[in-house]
Design a protein around this ligand. Structure first.
Ligand SMILES: Nc1ncnc2c1ncn2[C@@H]1O[C@H](COP(=O)(O)OP(=O)(O)OP(=O)(O)O)[C@@H](O)[C@H]1O
Ligand SMILES: Cc1ncsc1CCO
Ligand SMILES: [Mg+2]
Length: 274
């Protein structure tokens, strides 16, 4: 099933419109191409409504927020939603400033998101249960561990019920859930937290996987998270064997997504579904 989800992305090549930050935009475009999708990156409000209609999936990322891009997010979110295209929210640094918190609230009020993907601190902020973060990174005190796993799953399920979106919490342990079923995913490597944009790239991947698999929302987001983690593991091995660092690892990760096959994804996946 996971393999088929990836193969659908490769065969359908969905057009993914990203309204995203200027830090990681290029990486998001490249990883979308690597998985078989076709990216556009544009945050102009003048074309946002049209882009929302044109695309097969929309990814909204709050990384470098400003009023003009927020207008574009709202226009694109509404037109994409009215066309039935999947929409992903990446609430980057939601707890870091009042502006980010209020914008996240507005986006959630006005757009029906298909999936929300963030680190644990961002998702807690969205849920109204805290405003911790270390800028755009997760606060170490929030980390999902085996000890707080059950509580975190319940909290994520509640948020899914409230928003109607698939919730994906990334970190050492990833949780992907809707109101009924949960994937607990243990792929990935700690070096990924040292590559800026692993989360942003994951949200772009999720938009592509969703657009190519519109009837399997939970599975599509889980497949994207597993793909990212598995490719991070392989990239880390290559980085270490060559005594390189996070900059090379970023490229290796995108290369691994480029080469990933459906059967490799099935074989490398480390998850529990309940
Ligand atoms: N300690 C870790 N061990 C294994 N995988 C990790 C770890 N930390 C992050 N990851 C993986 O890195 C990816 C990005 O997750 P992360 O939670 O770091 O996103 P983020 O904070 O939104 O990143 P960014 O804002 O830099 O884009 C996910 O695929 C996640 O599984
Ligand atoms: C570092 C950073 N700052 C704003 S967006 C971004 C990329 C990771 O979210
Ligand atoms: Mg992030």
């Amino acid at each position: 099933m996971l393999g088929e989800i990836l193969e659908n992305v490769r065969s359908k090549s969905p057009l993914i419109q990203n309204i995203t930050n200027y830090v990681t935009a290029n990486d998001c475009a490249n990883i979308t191409l690597a998985c078989g999708g076709s990216p556009t990156m544009s945050d102009g409000e003048e074309e946002a409504e049209e882009m929302g209609r044109l695309c097969d999936g929309l990814n909204i990322n709050m990384g470098t927020l400003h009023p003009r891009s927020v207008k574009a997010m709202l226009l694109a979110g509404k037109s994409a939603g009215s066309c039935g295209h999947p929409i992903v929210l990446d609430p980057v640094g939601a707890g870091a400033s009042t502006y980010r918190r209020k914008t996240a609230e507005q986006l959630l009020r006005e757009i029906a998101f298909t999936a929300i993907r963030g680190n644990i601190s961002e998702i807690k902020t969205i849920a109204g249960g805290g405003n911790s973060s270390k800028g755009v990174d997760a606060d170490a005190a929030d980390a999902v561990t085996d000890e707080n796993l059950e509580k975190t799953i319940t909290f994520a399920k509640d948020l899914s019920k409230k928003t109607g979106a698939v919730i994906a919490i990334s970190g050492a342990i990833d949780i992907v859930t809707d109101k009924n079923h949960t994937y607990i995913i243990r792929n990935g490597n700690p070096v990924m937290a040292k590559i800026t944009g692993c989360g942003c790239m994951l949200s772009s991947l999720a938009a592509a996987y969703l657009a190519a698999n519109p009837d399997r929302r939970l599975e599509a987001v889980a497949a994207a998270v597993i793909s990212m983690g598995l490719c991070g593991e392989k990239a880390f091995e290559k980085m270490e064997s060559e005594r390189r660092g996070n900059a090379s690892c970023r490229n290796y990760l995108i290369d691994e997504v480029y080469h990933l096959t459906g059967s490799e994804l099935e074989r490398g996946a480390k998850y529990e579904l309940r």
